[in-house]
Ligand binder design. Structure first.
Ligand code: ZN
Length: 370
C-alpha cells in the first residue's frame, strides 16, 4: 500500500467520522464563508459540489453512480466511436438509460459514426444523428481520435479535424450552441522512442501498433496540433472542449498559447499524471497556470466504468481516486506516484479556483448540465 493510498483509506474513516460529527461544528452541506484567499481542506471534499466532465459508463450497473452521489459529484458520460470495448450504439443505450435513471446526476455526450464518411449523404445523416441525440438528452457531442489517426478520405488521405468535410457538422454544432468535446491525437510521447518516454513507456511497449514513432506513415504530432489550431481558426463560435489537456500535456506554455489565442477553447484535465509531473518539476509555474486559466479548465478523469463483481471494492477505488485528485488541487499535502514520478506537492488552489475547475466551468462550458 502506498503512502497516498493508505492516506485515502484512512480518510474514508475520518470522513465518515467528520460527516457524523460536523452537525455539531456546522450544518452538513454548508461551508464557512468564502473569501478569495480561503482554501478547502481534505475534509471539505464531500461538502463541495463537483462535476466530472469525462467518464465512460460501460455498464447498466449503478454502483459507480451511487458512490458519485456519496462523493457529491455529478458527471458527463461520453460515448465514443471506438473500435474496442462495447460498441457505440450500446454505449449510447447505456447513457440514455442512466440519464433517465439518475436525472440531474448523470449527463451524456453523444457521438456519430464516421465509417460512411465518404458517402454522399454522410453529412446529412450525421446532422440527423446529432439532432436525435440532443432530443434524447445529449448535452454535448464528442469527436474521437479516429479522426486524424484512422479515418481516410476517398483518395486515401487521413481526414484531420480541419478537413472541409467536417465543416458542416462543426457549423451545425456552433449554430445550435452544442459543445464539441474532442480527443485529438495522443500524448506527445506517442511520437517518441520508448527510451525518451517518462509516463507512457509501459503502454506503448505493450501496444506497438499505437506507438506512432514506429509508424511514420501516420500524421505527425505537429500535423495534429496544426489541424486542431486551423479548425479553431475556422470555427471561432464553436464551444470547444479539448480533452486530455489538448494533447499538449507536456507543455503548459504550449497549452497557454492556445488558450490565449482561442477564447472558445477549454481544456479537460484528464491527463492527471502529467499535471503531477508539472507540479513536481515546477510547482509555482503549475499553480500560476491554474490561477491564470481558472475559467478554462475542467475537472475530468476519463474513468472507464465496467461491470463489477465486487461493488464495494469498486466504490472504494472510485472514492480514493477522487480524494487523491481533491488532495492535489485543494491542499499542499505531499502525494506520491511511486511507479512513475515519485513525490510531489498539491497545488493548494484558492477555493474560488477549485469551485471553478470542479463545477462552475462545467456549468458554463456545458450549459445543458445546469
Ligand atoms: Zn475518454
Amino acid at each position: 500500500m502506498t503512502g497516498s493510498k493508505k492516506y485515502s483509506y484512512l480518510h474514508i474513516v475520518s470522513l465518515l467520522v467528520f460527516l457524523l460529527s460536523c452537525t455539531h461544528a456546522r450544518k452538513v452541506g454548508s461551508l464557512p464563508n468564502s473569501s478569495p484567499t480561503s482554501y478547502y481542506s481534505a475534509k471539505d471534499f464531500a461538502l463541495v459540489e463537483k462535476f466530472d466532465t469525462h467518464i465512460h459508463l460501460n455498464t447498466y450497473d449503478s454502483h459507480y453512480i451511487e458512490q458519485a452521489k456519496a462523493d457529491n459529484i455529478r458527471f458527463l458520460d461520453i460515448v465514443d466511436d471506438r473500435p474496442f470495448g462495447i460498441p457505440m450504439t450500446e454505449q449510447e443505450k447505456i447513457a440514455i438509460q442512466q440519464i433517465k435513471a439518475f436525472p440531474g446526476r448523470v449527463f451524456y455526450a453523444a457521438t456519430f459514426p464516421v465509417k460512411n464518411y465518404n458517402s454522399d449523404d454522410w453529412q446529412q445523416q450525421t446532422i440527423a444523428k446529432i439532432k436525435k441525440a440532443v432530443a434524447d438528452g445529449a448535452v454535448a457531442v464528442k469527436i474521437w481520435k479516429n479522426v486524424g489517426m484512422d479515418l481516410k478520405d476517398s483518395n486515401g488521405n487521413f481526414v484531420m479535424i480541419d478537413n472541409p468535410g467536417l465543416d458542416p457538422i462543426l457549423d451545425y454544432l456552433a449554430k445550435n450552441k452544442i459543445p464539441l468535446i474532442a480527443h485529438l491525437a495522443e500524448p506527445k510521447e506517442c511520437w517518441m522512442p520508448l527510451e525518451h518516454m517518462v509516463l507512457n513507456k509501459g503502454y506503448y511497449s505493450q501496444h506497438p501498433e499505437y506507438h506512432m514513432y514506429l509508424h511514420p506513415e501516420y500524421p505527425s504530432y505537429e500535423a495534429h496540433m496544426k489541424a486542431r489550431d486551423h479548425m479553431l481558426e475556422k470555427h471561432p463560435d464553436l464551444t470547444f472542449i479539448n480533452a486530455h489537456l489538448g494533447s499538449l500535456e507536456w507543455s503548459l506554455e504550449e497549452l497557454s498559447k492556445r488558450l490565449d489565442k482561442y477564447p472558445n477553447m477549454a481544456a479537460d484535465l484528464a491527463r492527471m499524471t502529467n499535471l503531477y509531473l508539472h507540479a513536481k518539476n515546477d510547482w509555482q509555474k503549475t499553480r500560476d497556470f491554474f490561477i491564470k486559466y481558472q475559467d478554462r479548465l475542467l475537472y475530468a478523469t476519463d474513468v472507464q466504468v465496467a461491470q463489477t463483481s465486487d461493488p464495494t471494492a469498486m466504490k472504494k477505488l472510485a472514492h480514493e481516486s477522487r480524494m487523491r485528485y481533491w488532495t492535489f488541487f485543494a491542499t499542499d499535502e505531499t502525494l506520491n506516484e511511486p511507479n512513475s514520478i515519485g513525490e510531489f506537492k498539491g497545488l493548494k488552489l484558492p477555493r474560488e479556483v477549485v469551485d471553478k475547475i470542479y463545477r462552475r466551468n462545467a456549468e458554463k462550458w456545458l450549459p445543458g448540465i445546469k
